[in-house]
Design a protein around this ligand. Sequence first.
Ligand code: BG6
Length: 520
Amino acid sequence: MVDKAKIYQIPGLEDGRKADEPCTIVIFGASGDLTVRKLIPALYHLYIDGQMPESFRVVGFARRKKTDESWREEMRAGIEKYSRTCNVNDSQWQSFSENLCYHCGDLTDAVAYDALAGRLAKFGDSQLSRNLVFYLAISPSLFGEVVDQLHTNKLLKRYEEGAAQWQRVVVEKPFGHDLKSAQLLNNHLIRHARERQVFRIDHYLGKETVQNIMMFRFSNAIFEQLWNREAIDHIQITVSEDIGVGSRGGYFEEVGTLRDMMQNHLLQIMSLVAMEPPPSLEAEDIRNEKVKLLKSIRKMTPEMVSKNVVRGQYFAGTVNEDARNGYRQEERVDPESNIETFVAMKLFVDNWRWSDVPFYLRTGKNLPHRASEVRVQFRPTPNVLFAAQDNLDLHANALTLRLQPDEGISLRFNGKVPGNSIQTRPVRMNFGYDAEFGAYTPEAYERLLLEAMAGDATLFIRRDEVETAWQIVDSIREGWGEIPLSNREFYAAGTWGPVAADDLLKVDNHLWHTPVPANK
Ligand code: BG6
C-alpha cells in the first residue's frame, strides 16, 4: 500500500519518498536515446539520493551486441554528458553500476525472453526476480509483441491487489496517433496486465511545478475561492520551445505539434488547472477528476475548428541570434509539408465552474525562448472610480504559474506610484522555487521512475484520459482535413507564432502574455 503521507512532502528533505520493495527494472530499448539521456541518469540520481530500494537491478534489453561492462561505460558517459549534475562520483558509480547488466536480444525473438527469465531467476532473491518494472522505451508498434512475449515466458501476469509480487509495464508516448489506434494499443497492453499495472508516461506530470499546480490550488484558500468564472476572465497556457525539430524531422512528419504536445502535455496541464477538487489524493480519485474535466471540454465542429484553432509552421529565421532553417528544409521533411510546428487554440469547459471562460493554449517550436507557464487572468475591477483619470495604467490582476525554467509563481496587482497624483502601476509579488527551496530541480524522470517502483499511478495517465484527449484532438484534425496551410499560418523562427494566433485572442479583446526569458 502506498504511503500517501510521504508523497507530498517537499522532495529532497530528509524524510523524502523512497521505493521500499526490492525490484528489477528491465529497460527495453537500452541502446536508445531515452535510456542514456534520461532513464539511467534518473536512476543514478535516485540512487545517490538514497531513494532506490536497498536491493535493485537494472537490466538493459536491446539488440546490439554489448557486454555488461561496455553498456555501463556508455551509461556513465551519458550521465556525465546529459544528467542534471553532469557529474559522476567514482565510488558511488562503482556501487550503483554493479546493479546494471545488459541483455542482448531481439524484441521479437522468444529465445531472448527465455534467456531473460533465466537471468532474472539467477538473481537469487524472489523479490528481485518477481517484482518487475518493464520499461518500454521502444516504438509503440512493438508494445504488443513485448507484452505477449513477457506473458508467454511467465514474466508478466495479471495480479490481484495485495499480491506478494508484482509486475508493472511503463510505456512512453505516443499512445497511438488517434482514438482508434490508442484503443487498439490499450487493448493489447491490457491483454496480459490489469489497467493498474500499466503506467503511461507523460513526463510533464513528473515536473515539480506541474505537480504543484494541484497543491497550490487546493491548499490555498485565497486562490481556490477565486478559481471560477466569477473571478477569472480567461486562462492562458503557453509551452514554448526555442528548438526546432532537429534530427526528429521524420517523426515530426508523422505527428505534428497537435499530437506531439497538445494531446498530452498541454491538456494534462489544463486538466490540473481546471479540475474539481478530488475527494482524496488517491490516484484514482485524482484521475477521475481529470477525466471529468477533459470530458467537459466543448467538442468542436469543423466550423468551430476554423475559428478557434490556429496552426502554424516555422520558416527560416533567427532564435537567440542563431540562424534556423525553415521546417520544410529540415532533414527528412517533405519540402511541401503541411505539418504544424505550432498550435494555438481556444477551448471552453462546459461545466458550472468554467462556463464561458476561454482557455487559450499555445505551443510551438522555434519560438523566441523556452518557457512554460499558466497565466490566470482575473476580471478587471468595475470601471467606476478611476474612469475619469487620464493615462491610468490600470491592469487586471494576473497570477502566473511559471512551470519552467525559473520555476515560480507571481501575482500582478496595481500599486500607487508614490507622489501627489493617483497614478497606479502594475507591480508583482514573486515567489521563486530556487530562492525558497534552493536549487533542487530533480528531473521529471526521477520522480516518475520512483513512483513506478512504488506503484503509485497518480502521475501516470489512465486509459480513459488518453482516449478522451484523443477525441478532442481527432475532432481538430478532422476540421483541418486536407486543407493546406495558408500564408497566415507561417511564422518566422524566433517569433511567437503566426499572426493568426494573435488574432485568435484579439477578437475577444485579449492579448497573449509574453513569458519572460529565463533569469530576467
Ligand atoms: C516531448 C515532445 O514530449 O516533449 C518534444 O515529443 C518536446 O517534441 C518535449 O520537445 C518538450 O519537453 P520539455 O521537458 O523539454 O519541455
